[in-house]
Structure formats: structure tokens, C-alpha cells
Design a protein around this ligand. Structure first.
Ligand code: NDP
Length: 521
């Protein structure tokens, strides 16, 4: 057995889970754990060291087709959708209980796979638990809706039925959290599904599917394939057996998936990227604002879809704010996520590291002023093979620069300055994305104007980064076209059906009945 080990050699996960995960098999199709049909595997790399820490099976397109076929057969058999809502809710709660039982192991898995700190992984797991419990409760109280059609003989009602077979595709930055936002409502709604985590960070999802199996999710309802999107993506998305694709990831992949799904008229729910403005007025509580701007962009080394990567700050306080941010950024303790003293970890992969270096070069070429960071931190204690990139701040930026308009998805903050409120609002809306925004001001009326005026799916006023399972999450513009979480997050996995029942049947009386005198009059 290959044990998932930390750099110091301590086992990173509990024995039971580590056996399941390291030995495999890792694909779960129609209730059976299986190896890839061509024997393919992928090495997983610990971003803090650059070293391979385990190997997982890598699905082929045939495996993906088999997973969709299993989900289709399970849905068409109708057992899961006919399972009483209370039983489905009980299974969701059981998964949540098992997650709590295994949270130490799962947190370590997530940290070794993504690089994020153990504390962040534990917060993610607590959020996953809340999402499971939220949808268990919501589906139990989701009622049919009666419609008054003005005829007492007619009972008209709207019922919600599962949408069918769902393909659930998640990114690498919050692997388990993002897939749970999809699996929990899909199970609650009575759908069957194929989950596809990112090839970069599949391990926590594999572990989670083991828990779902243990909790009693029937064979065929939840299937799992991991593999490169380029190899198995089309089998999952250009597939007439799929009713809904729920995708979280980048804009380029999202638009490709929408095109693949179009011929089949499969529903497509897209949760895409963001380039999120964080607006600070001179009348704000500055210590709080500065602290949250720092956290909002450098948490998880900026690999957060809602990261506040664009600081838009009032000119009169800009120097003070930027100087304070530079000082604070320099003191952020970066390190291996398993080290409790680390406050942020490395980037997830070498590809992300290369991308950050390219963006720094681009920013300098574009004329922005690099004030801090821009490369590997100057520290001997960081593993030489790790994907380290220091918190980086570019001042004197403007909207013509690509470092301001592109989603860099790393620890790079750009600073733009404004003079008036309308200028701040215009800058905040001057993006093709629209995922999230923050505003800091002590003027309540202005806060209200800005929160309503900003074209973003979530707007925080005098706060940043928080969400709750009960509130919808999603983007305006090119940040996506769906909503996860909240009641809308359940509705995405449901079809609304209108049932019209006449308790006193009568002819429509539109076309004349031959021989009926009244009808020819
Ligand atoms: P990608 O778009 O590269 O990948 C996302 C997922 O899609 C991965 O599982 C990937 O698989 C898969 N994929 C890739 N190509 C295809 C294809 N042709 N068909 C089907 N699936 C495919 O995004 P990243 O993983 O790099 O994640 C970062 C992005 O995710 C950022 O843009 C970020 O903003 C966004 N994001 C959005 C969130 C939101 O709530 N709006 C939340 C979190 C992230 P593989 O990697 O295995 O190739």
C-alpha cells in the first residue's frame, strides 16, 4: 500500500481511507469500483513539494459513456426519483454524519491535493456538511403550488420532478465544496448523476463518493469518473442521454460545453470565473477594509472565483491603503498547508505558477507599477519543488490593461483609483464578468446605491467573501447563467410540471358536433 505521506513522513490520511484511496480502483460506475478500461492512471502532485504523492485511475471516453449509461438506466428505472423525499433527505443527512466522522482524514486529503491550509480544508468540510443538511431540509418542505384558474371544477397545480441525468463538473480550487453544491441538490431532487472532478484534485471527491455509497445511495444513482476534460469531456457533454450539465470552471471550457450540449438541448448551468471589484471609499472603516481587501485577494493564494482582485480605491486615501496592504502582504506566512503556522499555501500546479509569472511580465510591460511580490518568495524553508508565488500588488493600473480585465486566478491585486461615486460604480461594472463585488463605505445611502448598481451576483457591503447555503450563488454576464445554493440551486435540478385536473369533465364546445342544431346555429 502506498501511504499518502507528508514531507515529514507522517501518514496524511487515516489507514482505512488511505487504503481505499491509494489501492483504488477509483472509478465508480453502476455501483462498482473499477479501474480505467485501458489501465490508464494519473499521478497526483502535492503542490507544496512538487512530488507525486499517489496515483489514481484515469477514465477513458468509454468509461465516461458507461457512467452516463448507468445513470440513464438508473433514472429510467425510476426507483430513486420514487424514493420518498424523507428517505432521500435521510441519506443526505447520513452522508453529512459520515463526513463529520471522517473530517480529519478528508481535510488532510484536500490539503495535500490542493495545497490549501488544513484550517481552510476544515472550513470547506464544515460548509459541505451544511450544504448537505440544508438540501435535506429544503426538499422536505418543498411543496406543490396550486394555481387559481378561475374555475372551481379545475385543480391546477405545479409539481417539481427531477430533471433526469446530470453531469456535474467541478474545478480544482474547492474540489469537494464545489461538487457538493451539485451532488446535494441533485440527490435531493431525485436525479441520477455522473460526477467529474478536476484531474488535478480528484481525491476528496473519490473519498466522498465512498461515503455516499456507505450512506446508502443506490447503485447507478451517483457515478464517478475522473480524467482530463480534453479526453472525456465530449463523452459527458455531447451526449443525448444527459438532461443537465452543471459546470463550474473557466469561461473557455464553459462556452465549449454549452456548444457541445446544444444539439441535444441538454440544460446547461454555468458557474464561471470572475474579476471581482473591491471598492473602498474614504469614509470606510479603514482598518477593517484593508484587512478584508488583503484576505479577499490573498486567501488560498488568490485561487478563488470570488477573489477581490481589483482594488478600486478613492484617490484621497489610495496611498495610505496601498502602503498598508504592501506591508501586510509581505508578512503573510506562506507554507505547506499541513504546517499549522501557514496562513496560505502554494499555487495548485506548475501550470498556475507559470501563468502567474506570465501575468507579472505582462503587467510590467503594460506599464503597471509592481509594488511587491512578482515571483517566488525569498525564503529558504519553502520546499524547492513547491509552486510558491508571493502576494503581488500592482499599483497605477487602468482598465486598458489585461492584468485588470483577465481573471488571473492567483495572488495578484491590481489597484485603480477613483474620484467620484459614479466613477467607482462605472469601474466596478466595467468587466465582462459579474460574479462578486465588495463595497466599503460608512454612508448607508451610498452603500445601498452601490449594492443595487453593481451588476454582480453577490455584493458585500462592509464585508467580503461570505456566503451561506441558503442564499443563491452565481454570476451576471460571463460569470455564468445559473444559480447554485438556495432554493434556486434545488430548482436547477427539477422540472416544473403543470397538472390540470378537471373534476367535472365537459366538451370543449369549440367545433360543432354534426347533427347538433345548436352547434350549426
Ligand atoms: P477549467 O475550466 O479548466 O476546468 C473545470 C472543469 O472542467 C475540470 O474538471 C476540467 O477537467 C473540466 N473540463 C475541461 N475541459 C472540459 C471539456 N472539454 N468538457 C468537459 N469538462 C472539461 O477550470 P479550472 O479547473 O482551471 O478552474 C478554475 C476556474 O473555475 C476559474 O475560472 C474559476 O473562476 C472558476 N470557478 C468558478 C466558481 C464559481 O462559483 N463561479 C467557483 C470556483 C472556480 P480537467 O481539469 O480534469 O481537465
Amino acid at each position: 500500500m502506498t501511504e499518502i505521506a507528508t514531507e515529514t513522513g507522517t501518514p496524511a490520511v487515516g489507514v482505512e481511507l488511505s487504503e481505499r484511496l491509494t489501492a483504488g480502483p477509483h472509478l465508480y460506475i453502476d455501483g462498482r469500483w473499477q479501474h480505467s478500461s485501458d489501465g490508464g492512471t494519473r499521478d497526483l502532485i502535492n503542490p507544496a513539494t512538487g512530488a507525486v504523492f499517489t496515483t489514481v485511475d484515469e477514465a477513458t471516453a468509454d468509461d465516461a459513456l458507461a457512467a452516463v449509461a448507468a445513470a440513464r438506466a438508473a433514472f429510467d428505472a425510476g426507483e430513486w426519483s420514487a424514493t420518498p423525499v424523507a428517505e432521500r433527505a435521510a441519506i443526505l443527512r447520513r452522508i453529512a454524519d459520515l463526513l463529520v466522522r471522517d473530517r480529519e482524514e478528508l481535510a488532510r486529503i484536500e490539503t495535500v491535493d490542493t495545497g490549501k491550509t488544513l484550517e481552510e480544508s476544515k472550513i470547506d468540510l464544515a460548509d459541505v456538511e451544511s450544504v448537505l443538511r440544508y438540501y435535506a431540509s429544503l426538499v422536505e418542505v418543498s411543496a406543490d403550488r396550486l394555481v387559481d384558474v378561475g374555475n372551481p371544477a379545475v385543480v391546477s397545480r405545479i409539481v417539481h420532478e427531477p430533471i433526469g441525468v446530470c453531469v456535474l463538473i467541478a474545478p480544482w480550487n474547492y474540489p469537494l465544496l464545489q461538487i457538493s453544491w451539485k451532488i446535494a441538490p441533485a440527490l435531493a431532487a431525485g436525479c441520477t448523476m455522473v460526477a467529474k472532478p478536476s484531474e488535478v484534485t480528484p481525491l476528496s471527491t473519490i473519498a466522498f463518493v465512498h461515503l455516499c455509497e456507505e450512506a446508502g445511495v443506490p447503485a447507478g444513482v451517483l457515478n464517478l469518473v475522473q480524467g482530463a476534460g480534453s479526453a472525456i469531456g465530449d463523452a459527458l457533454t455531447d451526449n443525448p442521454d444527459v438532461d443537465l450539465i452543471s459546470f463550474t470552471g473557466g469561461l473557455t471550457t464553459g462556452t465549449r460545453i454549452a456548444k457541445a450540449a446544444a444539439p441535444h438541448v441538454s440544460r446547461v448551468a454555468l458557474e464561471l470565473g470572475g474579476k471581482n471589484p473591491h471598492i473602498v471609499f474614504a469614509d470606510a472603516d479603514l482598518p477593517a477594509a484593508i484587512d478584508q481587501v488583503l484576505t479577499g485577494v490573498f486567501l488560498h493564494s488568490g485561487q478563488v472565483c470570488s477573489a477581490g482582485t481589483r482594488l478600486i480605491v478613492e484617490e484621497s486615501i489610495a496611498d495610505e491603503v496601498v502602503d498598508a496592504l504592501i506591508e501586510r502582504a509581505g508578512s503573510i506566512r506562506m507554507g505547506d498547508g499541513l504546517d499549522p503556522s501557514s496562513r496560505t499555501g502554494p499555487l495548485v500546479s506548475e501550470a498556475q505558477l507559470t501563468k502567474m509569472h506570465e501575468y507579472v511580465k505582462l503587467g510590467v510591460d503594460e506599464g503597471a507599477v509592481l509594488r511587491t511580490g512578482g515571483g517566488r518568495p525569498d525564503r529558504d524553508d519553502l520546499s524547492p519543488g513547491g509552486y510558491w508565488f508571493a502576494p503581488t500588488i500592482f499599483d497605477r493600473c487602468d482598465r486598458s490593461m489585461r492584468i485588470v480585465s483577465d481573471e488571473t486566478f492567483g495572488p495578484i491585486l491590481t489597484v485603480e483609483r477613483f474620484g467620484t461615486e459614479s466613477e467607482a460604480l462605472a469601474l466596478g461594472n466595467d468587466t465582462e464578468y459579474g460574479l462578486a463585488a465588495g463595497v466599503w463605505t460608512s454612508d448607508d445611502a451610498r452603500g445601498e446605491r452601490l449594492t443595487r448598481g453593481l451588476r454582480h451576483g453577490t455584493v458585500w457591503l462592509n464585508d467580503f467573501g461570505y456566503y451561506t447555503p441558503a442564499a443563491e450563488w452565481g454570476g451576471f454576464g460571463k460569470s455564468g447563467n445559473g444559480r447554485e445554493l438556495g432554493p434556486t440551486g434545488l430548482a436547477e435540478y427539477q422540472e416544473a410540471k403543470h397538472i390540470w385536473k378537471n373534476t367535472s369533465p365537459a366538451p370543449a364546445g369549440w367545433f360543432p358536433v354534426p347533427g347538433d342544431d345548436d352547434a350549426t346555429a
